[in-house]
Write a protein that binds this ligand. Structure first.
Ligand code: ATP
Length: 863
């Protein structure tokens, strides 16, 4: 039986009750619908005693648009949302990878409301996110509920009743993966499935399947079981941060047939975010809170000013500060409160009521700043977050991208600051290794205790390598002071970018990161990191997953699709593009790729090959992308760093041996949590206060930016062979044209989403610190951590104390301010420390002159 026959000439076919297609496209035959309810029967028309699902009049494009307008209040879909919704309505399995804040939720919520039957189950990783979305839907008048470990009995009963009533009024049910596999929830789902009232399974933030599934959320790895039991229920996976490898894993773990998969991958760039790294060393750690408070205060003033000029009316300038530890959240929130910033902590150990209160207050604009762990992150959608600060280094690149993605969701310029020190990175690395080891031991002991538990060693190894790699690349991102931050982020996720071409570069970053804005200053600050703490070693590539026959559901149809996949389905990599698309929507960046299902019997594919109208006119904008970590064939490749390139010209025998040792880490071996390579210490030598010649030397040698392949096209060997540089450059230009920042016209100043501030000046000019380039004694003093030469910044002693000290000293001793300062800096131990932390090296007369300059600027600042 082929879907062709079913559509053209319906016949009675006897199928095994479970031998259903993996989706529920119209035209397919559903022999067991005889048991279904009246509602479902209405929706499935009998043809010669076989039930065939027909797309009802309520399930078309116009209807999707009407739903969007009625419940969401938006006039049109953004970017490819409509195409995705259509794939969903057609019953495809769908994978959407699109940047933070673009509107991925609409891609599964609108079809869930529009489709005439059944309930959509949404698996979501975070409580805050679930509550946020359910509340948002209920506010719109859409019936949605959530089930998690602590759901009260009444709600559980209500959900149970809904799922077994035959025609649930609930349109969406949010569950945690752990709850999904409880026997109670399983019972509900089975009841709904029997009546054909399970419309779809959605995995929100699907990248955590890979990231958390192997550590503390093992339920994520079991999601494939859902597919095994409810075989014909289509699946949607959405995420903002998945490299090509992770996408492959998502598809495998969810047991999605590649032949039925409609995949959408969008460029990762968030042009309205200004990325910045602030470097510090162990000695400067104690000034971090002051620095953070200072940043929040000065930045808030700037933003308030900007809001006023652009008629933006938000109650407060809100932001997020991310810390790793719960205690740190409490401490920093209270330190910020001491410094006059209305901050509250948010982490998993708070009582639920307290967390809800914090979230509510923050959304209402009564709290300026939330200091949170990653318990508050993914998916949280507040339009007016103006800054996101990573007080501690994030564990993974994905985490960094997700968390910074909370900023600027209304499209206005926002700032993302990462505090980075090598000490912190080394600690974190130790932590990651320890966690991985603990998890491994746990799994192994479970295996010994229960012989039935199958531990997939290769999978475990792959995930561990990827986890460590993600951290290493995060560190290299922070250390790289020559690569544009936007470019580096997009490269991590697999985009190929020729940043040597100014047009391409501008399309990604129009002076919207510290490297592009102030390369010199970034380099000067970067050298303050502690030299003798080694940085992460090379990235060891994780071996690719072997797609096993066993991982595919064993129905006849599935195996056909599997074969199709092996022979002619496009791989998940972006290497099979279909030609240039029609162009971006006015609201957001365009899709990197969209691939309709390769199964030629699939409705979308059928449309694509001319059997029916083509579902998606949009497609490729850029040349094939290759993930940094996926650009490999063999299991044991390592990415050559610049350091390696340097070595390749003549490495010492010892180095050669070491490199061979590294390169030999293979798939079958225990994944190497490689010891930190000593030979990768900073090239800046031991003395952090380098002179100009050393800076030049540093520049020439290029410090460890290397893991991001800095070759012109960032292309792997395969691409380099198949694409000529000229062709690649042309494609890059085309992409740049697509992604180009539109010129700011007075009419759009401060306008809606994804527009930029203007006021006749470039964004860069607006963000530029009001510094002076005057030299000599009047040159404003620059603290090493703070770019702003604001008089207040130069003093680590709090404002009140400083004022009190000066007034007191002047009154009691009749001293001038300069004398007081000299006293503080000369005699006082703290003064010496402050002097050093400011990065000052002057002594003697020079120091006196500098102190005079500071005093002068203080007096001017106060007057
Ligand atoms: N078609 C549209 N027109 C205007 N605004 C939209 C549209 N679709 C979605 N939005 C808005 O965009 C914002 C972000 O949406 P959403 O939370 O779904 O983003 P997301 O892509 O899931 O982000 P994340 O990956 O960070 O969770 C929401 O406030 C949403 O209402």
């Amino acid at each position: 039986m082929t879907p062709n026959m079913a559509e053209d000439e319906p016949q009675v076919v006897h199928l095994d009750p479970f031998n259903l297609p993996p989706a529920t496209p119209a035209g397919n035959v559903y022999p067991n619908l005889i048991d279904s309810t009246q509602h479902a029967r209405n929706n499935f028309q009998p043809r010669k005693r076989v039930w065939t699902r027909t797309i009802s009049a309520q399930e078309n494009e116009a209807c999707l648009k009407r739903t969007l307008q009625k419940y969401w209040g938006y006039d049109s879909f953004r970017g490819p949302q409509l195409d995705i919704c259509l794939s969903v309505m057609a019953g495809c399995d769908v994978l959407v990878v699109a940047p933070t804040g673009i509107g991925k939720s609409v891609c599964f919520q609108v079809p869930a409301v529009t489709v005439e039957y059944g309930i959509t189950i949404v698996v979501s990783p975070l409580l805050a996110l679930m509550k946020d979305q359910v509340a948002g839907l209920n506010e719109k008048g859409i019936k949605a509920a959530m089930l998690y470990e602590k759901t009260d009995e009444a709600t559980k009963k209500y959900v149970g009743k809904q799922l077994s009533m035959g025609h649930p009024e609930l349109r969406l049910l949010y569950v945690t993966p752990e709850t999904l596999f409880t026997s109670r929830c399983g019972g509900y789902l089975r009841a709904a499935y029997k009546q054909r009232q399970l419309a779809r399974l959605v995995i929100d933030e699907a990248h955590v399947i890979e990231e958390w599934g192997l550590t503390f959320r093992s339920a994520y790895r079991d999601l494939g079981k859902f597919r095994e039991e409810f075989r014909d229920i289509p699946v949607t996976a959405v995420t903002a941060s998945a490299t090509e490898d992770v996408r492959e894993d998502i598809v495998d773990i969810l047991k999605i047939n590649r032949g039925d998969l409609a995949q959408w991958v969008q460029p990762f760039n968030r042009k309205n975010l200004f990325y910045e790294v602030r470097y510090y060393n162990d000695e400067q750690r104690k000034y971090k809170v002051d620095n953070l408070a200072q940043f929040i205060k000065t930045f808030s003033v700037k933003i308030a000013d900007r809001n006023e000029k652009n008629d933006i009316d938000y109650k407060c300038i809100s932001g997020l500060v991310y810390c790793r530890a719960r205690m740190a959240c409490q401490d920093i929130a209270s330190s910020l409160r001491d410094r006059g910033i209305n901050a509250r902590a948010y982490h998993a150990q708070l009582k639920e009521a307290e967390r809800d209160d914090v979230l509510e207050q923050w959304k209402a604009g009564n709290i300026d700043c939330i200091v949170a762990t990653i318990a508050f992150g993914m998916g949280v959608d507040a339009p007016h977050v103006r800054y996101v600060v990573h007080y501690d280094m994030p564990k993974s690149f994905e985490g960094y991208y997700q968390e910074t993605g909370r900023a600027g969701r209304d499209g206005h310029v926002s700032r993302c600051v990462l505090y980075y020190s090598r000490e912190d990175a080394a600690n974190l690395r130790g932590l990651i290794e320890k966690e991985a080891k603990k998890e491994e031991d746990k799994r192994r002991s479970k295996k010994t205790a229960d012989a039935a538990v199958v531990v997939d060693e290769a999978e475990l190894g792959r995930a561990k390598i990827r986890c460590v790699n993600s951290f290493k690349l995060m560190q290299q991102y922070a250390e790289a002071f020559k690569t544009c931050r936007h470019v580096a982020i997009c490269r991590y996720f697999g985009e190929q970018i020729n940043d040597a071409d100014p047009e391409v570069k501008k399309a990604y970053c129009d002076k919207m990161c510290d490297v592009c804005c102030k390369p010199g200053a970034v380099m000067r600050r970067a050298i303050q990191v502690t030299d003798d703490v080694p940085i992460a070693s090379q990235v060891v590539l994780a071996p690719r997953r072997v797609i096993s026959q066993a991982s595919i559901p064993s129905t006849n149809q599935s195996s056909t699709i599997h074969k199709l996949h092996l022979s002619d389905a496009p791989p998940l990599s972006d290497s099979s593009r279909i030609g240039l698309g029609e162009g971006p929507s006015s609201e957001g960046p365009d899709f990197l790729s969209s691939s309709p299902p390769s199964n030629r019997h699939h409705p979308l594919r059928r449309r694509a090959i001319g059997l029916a109208p083509v579902a998606s006119g949009r497609s490729v904008v850029v040349p094939p992308s290759t993930s940094v970590m996926s650009r490999h064939d063999s299991a044991s490749t390592t990415i050559a760093t610049d350091f390696d390139k340097q070595e390749a010209t003549g490495p010492s025998p010892a180095r050669k041996k070491r490199r061979q040792g590294n390169a030999c880490a293979s798939a079958s071996e225990d994944p190497p949590l490689a010891p930190i390579a000593r030979h990768h210490t900073s090239i800046f030598g031991r003395n952090a206060s380098a002179g100009p010649s050393r800076l030049r030397a540093a520049d020439e040698k290029t410090r460890t930016v290397s893991a991001f392949d800095e070759s012109p096209l960032n292309a792997g060997p395969a691409q380099k062979e198949s694409i000529t540089p000229a062709e690649a450059q042309r494609k890059e230009k085309e992409k740049a044209k697509f992604m180009a920042v539109r010129p700011i016209s007075p009419a759009t100043l401060g306008g809606g989403p994804f527009s930029y501030y203007g006021n006749g000046r470039s964004t860069q000019t607006q963000l530029r610190v009001n510094g002076s380039s005057a030299s000599g004694i009047n040159r404003p003093f620059r603290s090493p951590l703070m770019p702003d030469p604001v008089p207040k910044v130069i003093d680590r002693i709090s404002d009140e104390n400083r004022a009190a000290l000066l007034v007191d000293a002047q009154r009691r001793h009749g001293l001038k301010m300069i004398t007081v300062l000299e006293k503080v800096f000369k005699d006082d131990e703290i003064g010496d420390e402050v002097w050093r932390c400011w990065g000052r090296t002057e002594a003697g007369k020079k120091k006196s002159r500098r102190i005079k300059a500071i005093a002068q600027s203080l007096i001017e600042g106060e007057s």
